[in-house]
Write a protein that binds this ligand. Sequence first.
Ligand code: C5P
Ligand code: C5P
Ligand code: ZN
Length: 457
Amino acid sequence: MLKRAKNLADSVNRSKEIHIVTHIDADGITAGAIASQTLKRMGKQHSIEFVKQLDKMVLERLKNENHELVWFTDLGSSISVNSPEINKIITDHHACPDDSDLNFHLNPHLFGLDGSFQISGAGVTYFVSKSIDQKNMDLASLAIVGACGDLQDRKHCRLVGVNRQILEDGEKAGVVQYKTDIRYFGRETRPIYKLLQYASDPLIPGLSGRESACIAFLQELGIKMKDGGTWRNWTHLSKDERRTIISGIARLLLTKGFDHKMAKRLVGEVYILDEEKEGTELRDAKEFATLLNSTARYGQCDVGLNVCLGDRGAWLKKARTLLQGHRHNLVEGLQFAKDAGIEKREYLQFFHTGTGIRDTIVGIVANMLLNSGETSNDLPLIGFADKDKGEVKASARGTQELIDKGLDLSIAMKKSAELLDGVGGGHNIAAGATIPKGKEEEFLDLLEKEIKTQLSS
Ligand code: C5P
Ligand code: C5P
Ligand code: ZN
């Protein structure tokens, strides 16, 4: 991989003008920011754009734009063979065919690694950046944010694989710290009872989703929720207080019949961005990633990009406003999906919200629902949302248990979509597709057949 990274770095070095094309999520923004910052430091003429997906139209346009070099980050693996007209390098981590002799494509899947948890799009981009100049090691913090944005810490409750090397670089450069702590979202910015109320992995029986129950639980444990007039958040608590709460939750889980494996998921590694102010969304890598998702998925990528490039003024303020909107949309989206109804089939379950949920966040909603305890999680969940131009977006999410049984949503979504003249791909545990509107039923039939085959072989 390092040798391949060097090849790509050489291409960058040789080019005078470079256009970056990246993906509209947290991993995509951080990947694009790493590439962009690297080129800026080299004094190269460069530009950047964000796309939802690489389709024929985007490729055709890029071809006509005649860039000296196009740098695809966090996407591009699907086009590596069939677009010889574009002079390009690709740093991606999506599942791809084994065309490992293509020396312009850096992708963990070409080196026997799994891009769903061992390294993200920002991570592979970081390796090229570091290969260009060791001084770029400070960009490791962005690569960690990207990995967290793609939930790469989920499988082992910590980052593993090549991500570990990036983490070490970040530590050496003094930009990232890691420690073991509660894994729930919002350590830096949420009042403690809110952290518990929104807890989802693992769910806390009796507390998740119930504000007053969370407040009562903390009072019973003797935890002071406010300091003067302000809410205390997790990082304000003493070690003892934290331990008391974690033990309390673990007890709840075990008495409600959850196993030790579940209780163990309470605690894991958390990633702290050393240079960021305490108590802000930017200090915790997971919170940072959510802030970025709040920009990118709403067509406001430059907001997230400028925050990644260091702005802590107007752009950050804008990002925070977008974050409020994103939170609202997720809550509303969950309700939309539940109201639409989750229909179960033998090998999958699905919901269709029509225009109720944006196509760019239907995957997040599907993920939340699958892990909310309100749907069975022994079937993969597919969420449909209308796009414009007569198309429908499908987002599929699975669980680790299903992956261990042979499920590969990336292959299933890609195959089924392509049979209907659509496109699809992603990771074994999370994949997406775009298909013509009206073909949903047919798509589900194809998908179900493929999933059945995967699970029974
Ligand atoms: O496009 P990209 O690869 O950046 O996105 C990865 C997607 O996979 C994210 O939507 C992330 O939430 C999902 N994922 C998941 N569970 C995992 C790993 C990734 O849902 N264990
Ligand atoms: O869009 P969604 O969040 O469902 O995407 C899940 C994963 O599938 C992401 O990694 C995304 O990049 C990938 N995907 C893809 N091709 C598509 C749609 C999604 O590779 N057409
Ligand atoms: Zn990614």
